[in-house]
Design a protein around this ligand. Structure first.
Ligand SMILES: Nc1ncnc2c1ncn2[C@@H]1O[C@H](COP(=O)(O)OP(=O)(O)OP(=O)(O)O)[C@@H](O)[C@H]1O
Length: 456
């Protein structure tokens, strides 16, 4: 069946373009092919593709994929509703995860299988159509919206998350500054929203600023505001995010990305509890609760002199560390089920759950992109699935061990999940401890201790 989607292929290999020129028009309403990414901007404007199949390396002899990542963010900035499928000859899972974190829909490795390529492009096209329906807001990370109601948070029952939850319950109603750390995709934004929701300020919208997404020149104006005429483009007065957050919570994401000279200005505002707009002399008192997040090690940055120590102590009254998903295995199945119901409703698919084999594959995966990667995987699987349960084959995951161990149930203990994951990895790597330790991201001594503990 021909999908309504418009596909743009960007690849400098003429042979690949020739093959796709024959294949794709059988399945899609319109297909455009470009040899160079330099023409992407024009094509975004004129052709307005739903999906871009984007080569990762355009210069001969390079295989870093950096060019692909650069063009991915260009596309996402200019036309966020367009979905991007990365196309690479180099099977690099780290690059795939990086691309997904930056908003790519999926990753296809060359040489490709026609069936998989078409299915992926069709799923991406369906998602692009859904994106268009909600005004172009697409997945991936972009500028955050003030007051956007974040999705509700599912709390894990493992030891680490139980401890985080207890702390959150104690500190949420106070005005203490909170620093949330953790790898990308562990749920820092979601946790910030939860703290705000539980606080006395929860009736007002939380104001979010992604410090990683604002240019240095706009930072002050964005945060503190400006008055008309303060600089060339300041045609009107602008209320900064700090003032907008008055009486509420300010969530400052990616705080580790703020350059030193701006850190000094931020500190001054926090100390004085007042803000002065760019181009103004009057100071406006502000009453905000500050929550910051970062995936960087700020303590290390303080030692290296790239993060101000005084600012670090100011924002870090309470420190919450979100563990990576691989250390929160008890959450994988409940989260997967949550995302299944969310996406089944969104895409009108009759999917209701997971087969045992699918649970198995999800539990055995490493999830370097954490909950975001799981969410993306479920979204794609829901779009592509044929039956009412997602099966192992609906996920293209590297560490799958279908049908080996006992099916996982949501009620399993963390230890049971850990034991099964280790057994699965031992089988997969034929007992090669170096490979098993590496795949589980633990040291060999830790692995020895666990093998002994579980009598493996
Ligand atoms: N506990 C949770 N319950 C439900 N959904 C969650 C949970 N944690 C994270 N998610 C979902 O996973 C995705 C990633 O979460 P979030 O953006 O909060 O991570 P993050 O740590 O802030 O990532 P980054 O470091 O890239 O900013 C989001 O779509 C979010 O809705």
């Amino acid at each position: 069946m021909v999908n309504k989607g418009k596909i743009l292929v960007v690849d400098d290999n003429p042979g690949i373009r020739a093959a796709l020129k024959i294949l794709l028009p059988k399945y899609f309403a319109a297909v455009e092919l470009l040899a160079s990414p330099k023409e992407i901007h024009a094509s975004l404007r004129e052709f307005a593709p739903d999906v871009i199949l984007l080569d990762m390396n355009f210069e001969a002899d390079t295989n870093t994929g950096n060019e692909g990542l650069f063009w991915l963010s260009e596309i996402k900035q200019r036309r966020p509703q367009t979905e991007v499928v990365l196309f690479t000859a180099y099977a690099d899972i780290a690059l795939a995860v990086e691309g997904m974190k930056r908003g790519a829909f999926d990753f296809i490795v060359k040489p490709w299988e026609n069936e998989k390529l078409i299915a992926t492009l069709q799923a991406a096209s369906d998602k692009a159509v859904a994106n268009n329906g909600k005004g172009g807001k697409a997945g991936g990370k972009g500028q955050k919206k003030t007051g956007e109601a974040g999705p509700s948070m599912l709390w894990g029952t493992g030891a680490a998350m139980t401890a985080v939850r207890r702390t959150v319950e104690k500190i949420a109603p106070t005005d203490a500054s909170v620093l949330i750390t953790g790898e990308n995709g562990t749920g820092k934004d979601v946790l910030a929203a939860e703290i705000h929701r539980l606080s006395d300020r929860g009736q007002k919208p939380m104001v979010c600023v992604d410090a990683g997404a604002i240019t240095e020149t706009l930072f002050e104006s964005e945060l503190f505001g400006h008055v008309k005429g303060a600089f060339t483009d300041a045609h009107t007065d602008h209320t900064g995010k700090m003032e907008q957050a008055n009486g509420s919570t300010l969530f400052l994401d990616e705080i580790g990305n703020i350059p030193l000279h701006l850190q000094a200005k931020l500190l001054r505002v926090l100390q004085n509890r007042s803000v002065t707009k760019v181009g103004d002399t009057r100071s406006i008192p502000i009453d905000i609760r500050l929550i910051c997040a970062t995936n960087k090690n700020l303590e290390e940055m303080v030692k290296q002199g790239t993060f101000r120590e005084d600012l670090y102590y100011r924002i870090n009254t309470i420190h919450l560390e979100l563990p990576p998903l691989r250390e929160r295995s008890d959450e994988i199945v409940p989260l997967a089920n949550l995302f299944i119901s969310r996406y089944a409703a969104k895409y009108h698919r009759p999917v209701t759950g997971l087969t045992d084999a699918a649970r198995q594959v999800l539990l055995a995966n490493r999830w370097s992109g954490n909950i975001r990667e799981l969410q993306n995987g479920i979204e794609k699987a829901v779009i592509l699935a044929d039956g009412d349960k997602l099966d192992a084959e609906d996920f293209s995951l590297p560490l799958s061990v279908p049908g080996e161990a006992e099916p996982a149930a949501a009620a399993e203990t963390l230890e049971e999940v850990e034991e099964r994951t280790i057994r699965a990895a031992m089988d997969r790597f034929g007992g090669n401890l170096t490979h098993v330790a590496k795949s589980l991201n633990i040291s060999r001594p830790t692995l020895y201790a666990k093998l002994k503990k579980y009598n493996i």
